[in-house]
Each structure stands twice: as C-alpha cells, then as structure tokens.
Design a protein around this ligand. Sequence first.
Ligand code: ZN
Length: 246
Amino acid sequence: MIRVLVWNEFHHEKTKEEVKAIYPNGIHNAIADFLRCDDIEVKTATLDDENCGISKEILDETDVLIWWGHMAHNKVPDEVASLVRDAVHSGMGAIFLHSAHHSKPFKKLMGTPCSLTWRESGDSELVWVTDPSHPITQGIDYAISLPHEETYGEPFSIPNPDKVLFIGSYSGGEAFRSGCLFQRGNGQIFYFQPGHETFPTYYIPEVQTVIRNAVRFVAPRYRAEIKCPHVHHFGHPEGYVRVKKA
Ligand code: ZN
C-alpha cells in the first residue's frame, strides 16, 4: 500500500461560496476520493488541525504528501515546513499542486522565490505532454484540455527541474512549465500546475490520472535519513576495495 497524506489549507472552501459549491467537502477530500484504490490509502490534514496535522511521526508514516495552499501560506509555521523538507530529504515523495508553488515547504525545497506571472480571466489551457514515455504521463494523449484555468506564465523562478513533463499553453498566449520533477536528497518531488479553486479541475479524469500516476512515481523506493558517516576502507585479498562503517 502507498500511504498518501493530502494536505489542504481549506480556507477558500469555508469563506467563498463559489468555491464551496465546487468542493463542498474541501479540495483535500475531492483528491482523496479519486485517489483511494486497492494500492493507495489516503488520509487528510488541514491548516486548522493541531500543528497543521503534521508531525515527524505522521510524516514517518506517509509515503507521499500532497500539498494544496494559497491564501494562508504564511500561517504554516516554519517548523512544519522544515519537517516536510526533512522528510523529503529522507525519501518521502511530495506533490505540490497549483498555488502550492508559493508554499513554505516547496520554497524551502527549491531554495528560490518560486514566483510566476498570473492572470485570472478564465482562459482555456492545453497541458502538453513533453515525454510520452514517462510513468507520470501514461494514459494522457498529446495534451489535457482544460476549459478554464487560472493563467500561470513564465518566468517561473524555480531551479532547473530534473525533468519537465508538461508545458501549459493558454488561450491568452502564455506558456508555463506545468509539470516539473525534482529530486531533493532521497525524495522525489512533482509540481503540477492545474487546480485553481474556482474551477472544477480536480474532477477532470486526465488531471486525476496524472496525480495518481505521480503518487505511484514519487512513492519512495528507498528511505533513510541522510547522514555524513565516517567510513574505513581496506584492501580485499581479491584485489577490490571494501568500505565499512567506522
Ligand atoms: Zn489559483
């Protein structure tokens, strides 16, 4: 089983009628509902939970953390963001959705401003696959067609991704690196741009397919805290060198 924790700020859904109408139980539950299946179990946590619903113990039992936040990034304590960063370094997978580009944990992991240009005018978007052979793009044709999305445009001030898997193009002309993969320490990170709160993006089957594929891809194959061990090496009678812990 892959153990997923979906974290959502969960403020827009309580304060804006138009968002509540689309996601009556919150974006986190909409995501949890389509992810749950035979090999994926899902828990949720929100900003208003005690300590944001995040602790070292909880992250130790999480294979993949999904993060959605927007209006209250600064209400997430720095200590919580550091716990997420450290868990990724130790191998936990992480998926940052849409406006989580400006979340504290994502910025801590990237080390750059992670800013972009944006417009909210209901443009349509085509999210183009750049690598049809990658596990995360399986089940997607040339592009995902989104009738409406918030427009995100370049320059997206992230470090060069290990791989760009999707490029978004908008009816207004902007282009954006909409799906980016990074490795930090032992952990895999996927950023995926679709998911503005006033559009029903997380009900679109292809968007769900990408997030489900990404959960399986970033789930850890190896997990250990990164240390800086002192080692001895010594010659082996058969001629090669063996290394062992000091
Ligand atoms: Zn948005």
